[in-house]
Design a protein around this ligand. Structure first.
Ligand code: PEP
Length: 249
């Protein structure tokens, strides 16, 4: 049985005081949730504060990105060791917004995963196709390439795969439960080919306009082990409801 994993991706949102307010109100809401792993990925500026507030709670801190070098003259970048130092447990790597706006290639994503894993950080590895690619029938080709290149030479331990169809991110268009299940099943088979028995513990989560209204149905899908939540994670009420999903048909 894989424990569900639900993570908030705040993207470039929330100042220090907004982070503090959110977390102080969110912790009591979810303190009794033990059946779900919960993580929040605030912007870099809020990481240390969030980690301090979340110490000894059931909510982990994640980073939204990382650089692959350990240290040096890389203005503006943050290393895996620095993330561990702030109290981060996970890092999101390969988010489509990084691939799209910051030219992150599969090769860069692979280097980041390698570097982050060396420090023991858990990885939330994002993959997904664009609308154009889906309409051209290339969904599985894209996912195959992203998985094979992104995970080349990588041990699967402490890895979460996030399937995030680009056309569903921030658009209000969620993949239907059937569409999500079809792709999650494909990814699970692919991971099984790559990692054999070890792949059984890997969680495959869904991201793309997840809301309190659609989480229950999505979580009913056999191969869907959680969610990466953008917009709906910015409000305490909606993120709490997502974390407290109920499986329904
Ligand atoms: C995301 O950024 O990972 C995401 C899924 O965003 P949203 O929930 O807003 O679509």
């Amino acid at each position: 049985m894989r424990k569900p994993f639900i993570a908030a991706n705040w993207k470039m949102n929330k100042t220090l005081s907004e982070t503090q307010e959110f977390i102080s109100k969110f912790i009591p809401e979810v303190k009794d949730v033990s059946a779900v792993d919960i993580a929040i990925a605030p912007p870099f500026t809020s990481l240390a504060l969030a980690a301090e507030q979340l110490k000894n709670t059931n909510v982990m801190v994640a980073s939204q990105d990382v650089f692959y070098e350990e240290k040096g003259a890389y203005t503006g970048e943050v290393s895996p060791v620095m993330l561990v130092d702030t109290g981060c447990k996970y890092v999101i790597i390969g988010h489509s917004e990084r691939r799209q706006y910051f030219n992150e290639t599969d090769d860069i994503v692979n280097k980041k995963i390698r570097a982050a894993k060396k420090t023991g950080l858990g990885i939330i590895f994002c993959i997904g196709e664009s609308l154009e690619e889906r309409e051209a029938g290339k969904t599985f080709d894209i996912l195959q390439r992203e998985i094979e290149k992104g995970l080349e030479g990588i041990d699967p331990e402490n890895m979460v795969i996030a399937y995030e169809p680009i056309w569903a991110i921030g658009t209000g268009k969620t993949a239907s439960a059937e569409q999500a299940q079809e792709v999650h099943e494909y990814i699970r088979n692919k991971l099984n080919i790559l990692y054999g028995k070890k792949s059984e513990n890997l969680r495959i989560i869904y991201g793309g306009s997840v809301t309190p209204e659609n989480i229950d149905l999505l979580m009913y899908c056999k191969d869907l082990d959680g969610a990466l939540v953008g917009g709906a994670s910015l409000k305490i009420e909606s993120f709490t409801r997502i974390v407290k999903f109920r499986k329904v048909k």
